[in-house]
Write a new protein. Structure first.
Length: 209
């Protein structure tokens, strides 16, 4: 019987993770439409990030922030709470061009209005990654029903994934995508604002992960 080397399990996990990201990158770049790219991103997020129970993508359009895709209706509902209150991790991620993590929305003092509202609806953790192409093009929002759901490894994995997603979206010309208001997944509507315009209109608070 051959003994297993102490480092084999971590090495296998690293190898599996690298293979997963390679497959994700190929899948994103092989999408035929922007809509398909967006839907793959949120689906892969839930499948890839441990503890993630729902995901959505936020973009700025004119003076509004909209959610063109989401994995479940509760994600859209909580995203809209951020837009209505004018505060939340996804708005800060876009404004600062960074990643923002709320390990417990119920007690996080950075978002005194939005946080308790989201927690009341069953969302306690929220991890938002700014999506970058040639400029800031939006945010990937990962939700969890439990507090402190995303550890250091999850956040690092999410950042790598968001980088792939941002490049894929930029390649799919997402900046000029037209979408409907938040009540429908995708449809006709106004043009996207570029990243500089988004940062000029969004709140200037929050801290990076």
């Amino acid at each position: 019987m051959t003994s297993q080397s102490p480092g084999s399990d971590p090495e296998k996990r690293r190898s599996d993770l690298a293979a997963t990201f390679a497959a994700i990158a190929r899948s994103l770049y092989s999408a035929h439409t922007v809509e398909e790219t967006l839907r793959r991103i949120v689906a892969f997020s839930v499948d890839t990030i441990d503890g993630c129970s729902g995901a959505g993508i936020s973009f700025v359009r004119g003076d509004q922030v909209v959610t063109p895709v989401w994995t479940e209706p509760l994600v859209l509902e909580v995203d809209e709470m951020q837009y209505t209150t004018g505060e939340g991790p996804c708005l800060d991620a876009i404004a600062h061009g960074a990643s923002v993590y709320a390990d417990d929305l119920l007690t996080d003092s950075r978002w005194p209005t939005f946080g308790p509202m989201a927690a009341e609806r069953g969302m306690r953790s929220l991890l938002s990654f700014c999506l970058h192409g040639e400029s800031t093009i939006g945010a990937l929002n990962l939700y969890a029903g439990l507090p402190r759901a995303f550890g250091v490894t999850d956040r690092a994995t999410g950042l790598i994934f968001a980088t792939h997603a941002g490049v894929a979206l930029a390649a799919a010309t997402i900046v000029v995508l037209r979408v409907a208001p938040q009540t429908t997944p995708l449809g006709p509507g106004g043009p996207w604002m570029d990243g500089a315009g988004a940062r000029n209109r969004l709140p200037r608070r929050g801290r990076a992960v």
